[in-house]
Design a protein around this ligand. Structure first.
Ligand SMILES: C[S@@+](CC[C@H](N)C(=O)[O-])C[C@H]1O[C@@H](n2cnc3c(N)ncnc32)[C@H](O)[C@@H]1O
Length: 406
């Protein structure tokens, strides 16, 4: 029999950490330890955003999202309330950074001017590093303004001794800019331009990388059916975050993503061999990020209340646990399901001790394996055997296993 239970934390390793918290709250355990903080907060758009996700075996087979549930609300009573959020976030970021660390604040035209003034005040204008423009082509065209086709990423150093290595994202030297110069090809076939100055001849090879400018035009928004899409609204491209962070951090260093949503900076930090922490107010965002990281090697600090969902199944004499059905909470808005496990996107076996669920095995739907494996071998371990289910709307539900009475 499965009995709903409260848990506070899910642990599958100590590589990354996800915390359900307000980005305004202090983070004493990270103070002075973080090399890069990336934050992509709400932009004061006044909108409500939905999370789109595939549903059930058929949905994962077809590949298109059928389930639309609330994602997050980007509404503020007034500009003062919004600017208070940004101020608290910037103060928090400054607090956790190392002396050479960088704060990267991702915004758009609505609030970037306000944020620049705020951050100049908090970090000092001498610590301003860049106003990076990410320009893209997606979306409609405006008739009364020039079409607004860029986001702004403000970058500040904790101190004037910030560390940024733009050459880590070096771009090939442009041939066009040097078209007035003489051209040549060396013995290895490499093309170059020639400049003569002070009696000396300089060669500039076309394929030598140079430091990138502060306007990036070669990274597009995610397309509707982009395999990278998690369904979290306003998800940013991994390529953007990978490039940005590759210039700011080295393997083993700590990255913090505030307002992490689907955890794009967490994913980039992971690829770069960094330690990472993602913070968001929303349970659904953290579940989206955890699934994106395949629930591997992470800690999810997220209290989960006893659920009014139900799990049905049994454990046989050999210790084989078989799930028969997941009955979603009453307020869930799932499409009709063909299979009783359709409302589940993933589930985990493990052990529960003092509110900490330690994951033993994770089963999740993927495009390659749309069906959810319903069986797992339970092995005796420390703590009580337990199961955590992640439903398709991004909610978590925890159950302990209690032997059936005769
Ligand atoms: C623009 S989205 C982030 C998208 C993310 N960069 C991605 O690639 O998926 C903004 C996020 O901020 C979160 N959020 C809003 N207010 C917050 C707050 N005060 N503290 C923490 N997270 C917050 C929302 O839940 C939402 O996930």
């Amino acid at each position: 029999m499965f009995v709903p239970v409260q848990i506070n934390r899910i642990v599958s390793g100590d590589g990354g950490r996800l915390i359900r918290a307000d980005a305004r709250g202090p983070l004493p355990e990270l103070r002075g330890k973080v090399q890069a903080v990336y934050c992509d907060p709400p932009f004061m758009t006044g909108q409500k955003y939905v999370r789109k996700r595939r549903f059930g075996e058929l949905g994962w087979e077809k590949g298109s999202p059928q389930l639309q549930v609330h994602g997050y609300t980007d509404r503020f009573p007034d500009a003062d309330a919004y600017s208070a959020l940004l101020r608290d976030i910037a103060v928090n970021a400054r607090d956790v950074l190392t002396d050479s660390g960088l704060f990267m604040l991702h915004l758009d035209w609505r609030v970037s001017a306000m944020a620049r003034i705020l951050c100049d005040g908090i970090f000092g204008s001498g610590c301003f590093v860049n106003e990076l423009i990410w320009a893209y082509e997606s979306g409609g065209r405006a008739s009364r303004t020039f079409s607004r086709k860029h986001d702004t990423i403000l970058i500040y150093g904790k101190t004037k001794d910030w560390r940024l290595d733009p050459m880590a994202a070096g771009v090939p030297r442009s041939i066009r800019r040097r078209s007035h110069m003489k051209r040549g090809v060396d013995e290895e076939g490499r093309e170059y331009s020639i400049m003569v100055s002070g009696g000396k001849t300089y060669r500039y090879y076309d394929d030598d990388p140079i430091s990138p400018g502060d306007v990036w035009t070669d990274i597009s928004h995610l397309q509707q059916l982009d395999p990278e899409r998690t369904g979290w609204p306003t998800q940013k491209p991994l390529k953007l975050l990978h490039r940005l962070l590759s210039c700011a951090v080295k393997p083993g260093e700590e990255v913090l993503e505030l307002c992490c949503g689907s955890g794009t900076a967490c994913a980039a930090a992971d690829m770069l061999g960094c330690r990472w922490t993602g913070i968001d107010l929303s349970e659904e965002a953290l579940v989206t990020t955890a699934l994106r990281m395949e629930m591997k090697d992470l800690t999810l600090d997220m209290p989960v209340d006893p659920s009014d969902a139900a799990l049905q199944g049994s454990v046989n004499d050999m210790g084989l646990l078989v799930l028969d059905a997941f009955i979603p909470p009453e307020n869930a808005v799932f499409p009709p399901s063909a299979h009783p496990l359709d409302p589940l996107e993933a589930w985990m076996t493990g052990n529960l001790r003092d509110g900490v669920f330690t994951v033993r095995e994770t089963f999740r739907r993927t495009l390659q394996h749309p069906a959810l494996q319903p069986m797992a071998l339970l092995e005796p371990d420390a703590g009580d055997p337990a199961v955590v289910c992640l439903d398709a709307s991004g909610r978590a539900h925890a159950f302990t296993l209690v032997p059936e009475r005769e």
